[in-house]
Ligand binder design. Structure first.
Ligand code: CA
Ligand code: CA
Ligand code: CA
Length: 489
């Protein structure tokens, strides 16, 4: 090891401590983008005393006048800048960011250091001008500024550098997607795995919010990088390629953001993955549950190592041996999910009759996920419910630790992230747990017959009574035979 790399190693180790201490610092880029969009007035570049140029890439680091940055620190930041460029452009194949004319001295991408505490930011990427280098898109060029105390680390440098790249694709894209992508990439660049604990915790604690929900000062939009990791692992075998495909697919020539990144997601999934945006979001509701303590080794590659805070929030937990009539679930925004857990499964086989009655203005996806918690794989039972209401039956057994019903709001299949419409729609549900019928004779048990007597049989969808499967006996029989077949009975 040379003296230089040894010094760099020591510096990186020294810096890791400060990253931990400053972990809850935000990114100022959405504010800078908003300022550019509303007033076309970029934030002025910080002052600079001397510069350090990369000999590998068109990158320049500016030493500030008003903060003490040693040459060793300057070299370390340049190392992070080059790592970020190498990974995004050379490895992942993103377009190099557009040049900035002569700003900062020449066309190189400039990184500055200043005090960003006024915007509670560890870093900010500031758009300055529409780039005319590329006629096929609305690209912006700009510069990066790092906070002198919170931004001199690999995570902030790679996060902000990716914003420069993103602006080279679409300066009008939804800010949530900017943050999703940068948080995803920073994990890959700096630790080889997309895991940023505290922001993931925030995202996972509010599964009923929309995937594109954004609020300044909250970590939700950073933690929502999880859907990109899911897209990569569930559909591209772990390759980060689809994230680049989203940026390529979201380009447009004007500042009117159509297509947006969800349109692009729908397109790449339909093209050759055999699903669409809504199929992906329905499956994502399974994946974000089966991790941490529920991990079964068949979902997120790093899911078993997630901390407990990253376990998705369950809105309602009930005893798996009872019944509930007409309970009100926690309302869910389009693209979000509500989770209902049936806990304390006894060591016996049983059937759960579950009925659902959602806001009729939306379509819903409902599935049951049986969690084994260390005893085997999670098992998914699709409800088959289409539209706003319906019922289904699923089995549980003594091998299950619990069963979770995941309820995803699909809206009218046209959710638009540009509208910032995040209204949460209500739903009700009922369930009853019962013994399976006597398998020797196929005769329904007395309990089962009693439940049947309560059915309205009006065919109007959800009767919203415990076991009151209002579509009548034939549907119940069908659901039960399917469930028994899955049990191998
Ligand atoms: Ca420049
Ligand atoms: Ca777009
Ligand atoms: Ca749109």
């Amino acid at each position: 090891m040379t003296k230089t790399t040894l010094a760099l190693g020591i510096l990186i180790v020294a810096l890791s401590g400060s990253i931990e201490a400053e972990a809850q610092i935000r990114c100022g880029t959405p504010q800078a983008l908003e300022r550019f969009r509303v007033r076309a007035l970029p934030m002025p570049r910080p002052s600079s005393t001397k510069t350090l140029d990369s000999d590998k890439y068109p990158l320049r680091f500016h030493y500030p006048a008003d903060a003490a940055i040693s040459e060793q620190q300057g070299a370390m930041i340049m190392f992070f800048m080059e790592q970020a460029w190498h990974y995004s452009v050379d490895v992942l194949g993103y377009d190099a960011p557009p040049g900035d004319g002569t700003a900062g001295g020449d066309e190189r991408i400039d990184f500055y250091v200043e005090d960003l505490s006024y915007m509670s930011a560890g870093g900010v990427t500031v758009p300055e001008t529409v780039s005319y280098e590329r006629s096929d898109r609305y690209a912006l060029s700009g510069y990066v500024s790092l906070d002198a105390s919170a931004g001199l680390n690999c995570e902030t440098v790679s996060h902000e550098f990716h914003h420069v790249i993103q602006m080279g694709y679409d300066g009008a894209e939804d800010p949530a997607f900017f943050e999703n992508t940068s948080s995803y990439i920073q994990g890959l660049v700096c630790s080889g795995v997309p895991y940023v604990g505290w922001v993931l915790d925030t995202f996972q604690q509010s599964p009923g919010l929309a995937i594109d929900y954004f609020t300044p000062g909250d970590a939700y939009q950073y933690g929502a990088y999880l859907w990109l990791q899911f897209l990569s692992e569930a559909y591209w075998d772990g390759d980060p390629l689809p994230v680049r495909l989203l940026w390529e697919g979201t380009k447009q020539v004007s500042s009117n953001n159509e297509p947006d990144y969800l349109d692009a997601a729908d397109a790449i999934l339909k093209a050759d993955r055999g699903t669409d945006l809504w199929g992906m979001l329905s499956r994502f509701s399974e994946w974000r549950l089966v991790a941490g303590r529920y991990d079964d080794g068949r979902h997120f590659s790093n899911g078993a190592a997630w901390d407990s805070g990253a376990t998705v929030a369950i809105q309602d937990t009930h005893n798996a041996n009872g019944r509930i009539n007409d309970a009100e679930g926690l309302p869910v925004a389009e693209t979000g999910t509500s989770y209902i857990m049936l806990d304390n499964v006894l060591s016996r086989d049983a059937l759960v009759d579950f009925s659902f009655d959602g806001d009729p203005s939306a379509s819903w996806h409902v599935q049951a996920i049986r969690l084994a918690e260390g005893k085997g794989r999670a098992q998914v039972v699709e409800s088959g419910i289409e539209g706003a209401s319906g019922a289904f039956t699923f089995p549980i057994s003594g091998d299950d630790a619990s069963a979770v019903i995941a309820i995803t709001n699909l809206g009218d299949f046209s959710h638009d992230p540009d509208l910032d419409e995040w209204t949460q729609a209500p739903f009700k549900y009922s369930y009853e747990v019962r013994d399976p019928p006597d398998t020797d004779t196929g005769t329904p048990s007395a309990e089962d017959a009693g439940a049947d007597a309560g059915n309205g049989g009006d065919g109007s969808g959800c009767g919203c009574r415990a076991a009151g499967l209002s579509r009548g006996r034939s549907l119940l029989d069908l659901a039960m035979s399917v469930a028994l077949a899955e049990l191998g009975m």
